[in-house]
Ligand binder design. Structure first.
Ligand code: SAH
Length: 512
């Protein structure tokens, strides 16, 4: 049998420059299977969410009392964890060997005779300029580049960087850790012969939705940076390639770039919307205003499921209802076959998708996802005299039930879950509102109602925000509550909402 102690390996993994999707496939896989993760300050914390639940986490970027861990302590920790036979991921910003002291960590591991591996990462030296629309090389503009540390004062004796040679070459320079010495570095380069009008770009928090880019020249960049308040972490790009930003800028000019978007749906439903916003450069801010809770008594549902064959249709208006019904079946000693022969309707693609996850292909989905349209189209399918099961929220709007009944159906509406306003979120809401929200999204009437309840009945804190609603009924409710509505999605889905918000900002027609 293999000795468990020999299975340990320490992987020095480059986390990439910021955006958590810029890690390598291999790096991500290693995080997912690690026993211990040792990470730095500049690593985007969302990457840590991929680790297993019981993983040991070590934040060596800072420890209480000390500003920064000493490198020897980090080396010792890695050796200790590796010697214990663990699968250790040492997660470092950018590439582990670009000014990350990764080389020293690898030496310590090699000296200790431990198995280790290096997973390179995308360095900020290249990625931050790329996300600012600046190619680090370009034919006829720059045929080489130098990545250089700016952490040493170039005027102090013993500096290890040959600024004179760098000034005389026509390389693109990417200076890392240069924020505090920016003025001296720019002056030294000019003194050694780089023209003062050489273009310079500072890219702070490159690849993140809060990336900031400042363009100037060697002569004025230090003053401009001070005026704009741009500090670390930033890459300073020096050279004619900076001029290409005008034509190639692609990331920080997206319509939703950097906008803080409030998401008010339940925690589990928020992730899809968050992901879509993130991909468009926005900053999703999740504040669930709804919590789904089971109801006390499932007798009515149990009864309906026990004789499900009597229904002609089961109409699901939310993914929650789907989950509860299909979760309930095994408790009754049944499975999806209990609904054999019952036609299934899904009001909306998310509900249809959830049914699919339970192995059910919906027979019908209306062309629009507001209840009135669903009623008309279901009516047209011929529900007269048919028995319809309608599992819903306890305080669901009655439109579906009444509408189907008016079409001659025998509708049994059953409460299967209830929605409540989460407690203890007031403080977090205050923090969110203090940081500012650019866009607030409402994906149902109750998200608006509950948010206003959490805001103590006063919507003033969002009066400068753009208000986006998933459909007319939600918009009507939000307006009643005192919001002035800017966007009503024509397609009542999350994707429809996101694209309505995006085109609102693309067209630049924001009146507020
Ligand atoms: N190994 C890292 C660099 C570590 S040194 C890499 O390959 O990127 C830390 C310096 O990297 C910072 O001072 C800053 O100059 C730069 N840096 C790291 N992440 C950055 C980011 N997202 N945007 C701009 N600069 C960044």
């Amino acid at each position: 049998m293999k000795d468990a102690m020999t299975d340990g390996i320490v992987s020095l993994v480059g986390a990439g420059p910021g955006d958590p999707e810029l890690i390598s496939v291999k790096g991500l896989r290693l995080i997912q299977s690690a026993d211990a993760v040792v990470y730095d300050r500049l690593v985007d914390k969302r990457l840590l969410d991929h680790a297993r639940e019981n993983v040991e986490m070590f934040d060596v970027g800072k420890i209480p009392g000390k500003r920064i861990n000493r490198q020897e302590d980090i080396n010792r920790l890695l050796v200790e964890l590796g010697s214990a036979g663990k699968r250790v991921v040492r997660l470092k910003g950018g590439d582990p060997f670009v000014f990350g002291r990764g080389g020293e960590e690898a030496e310590a591991l090699a000296n200790a005779g431990l198995t280790f591996e290096i997973i390179p990462g995308i360095t900020s030296a290249i990625a931050a300029p790329a996300y600012a629309g600046i190619p680090i090389t370009q034919r006829r503009v720059a045929s080489s580049f130098t990545v250089v540390t700016g952490s040493e004062d170039p005027t102090k004796p013993g500096t290890s960087v040959d600024w004179e040679t760098l000034a005389k070459s026509s390389d693109t320079l990417a200076v890392l850790m240069g924020q505090s010495n920016l003025r001296i570095i720019a002056d030294v380069l000019v003194d050694y012969g780089r023209p003062p009008d050489t273009p310079v770009a500072l890219v702070q928090w490159g690849t993140e939705p809060y990336q900031r880019t400042l363009v100037g020249t060697l002569a004025n960049i230090a003053d401009e940076a001070a005026a704009a308040g741009i500090g670390a972490p930033a890459v300073t790009v020096i050279g004619d390639v900076v001029k290409l930003r005008k034509a190639i800028r692609w990331f920080d000019n997206r319509p939703l770039f950097g906008k803080r978007v409030l998401i008010t749906r339940t925690r589990t439903q928020s992730s899809a919307l968050s992901a879509m916003l993130t991909h468009r450069g926005a900053i999703p801010v999740e504040l669930p205003t709804i919590e789904i809770q089971p109801i006390k008594d499932y007798a009515e549902l149990d009864d309906a499921l026990s004789s499900a064959q009597r229904y002609d249709w089961a109409v699901f208006s939310s993914a929650n209802a789907v989950d509860i019904v299909f979760d309930r079946l095994p408790a009754l000693g049944m499975d999806a076959r209990a609904l054999h022969g019952v036609c299934i309707a899904a009001i909306g693609p998310a509900t249809r998708r959830r049914l699919r996850e339970w192995g059910i292909v919906a027979d019908f989905m209306p062309s629009s996802f507001v209840a009135d349209v669903a009623v008309n189209e279901l009516g047209a399918l011929g529900v007269e005299g048919k028995c319809v099961l309608l599992p819903q929220a306890q305080i669901a709007r009655d439109t579906l039930r009444v509408g189907l009944a008016e079409n001659g159906a025998d509708v049994q509406s059953i409460a299967v879950y209830r929605t409540v306003t989460p407690q203890n979120t007031t403080e977090r809401l205050q923090d969110i509102l203090a940081d500012g929200i650019d866009i607030a999204t409402f994906t149902s009437s109750s998200t608006a109602t509950n948010l206003v309840e959490l805001m103590g009945g006063n919507t003033d804190a969002l009066k400068n925000a753009t208000i986006a609603c998933i459909g007319p009924i939600t918009a009507e409710r939000a307006a009643e509550l005192g919001f002035s509505i800017d966007i009503v999605s024509a397609e009542h889905t999350i994707a429809g909402l996101v694209s309505a918000v995006e085109s609102h900002f693309t067209e630049g027609d924001k009146a507020k």
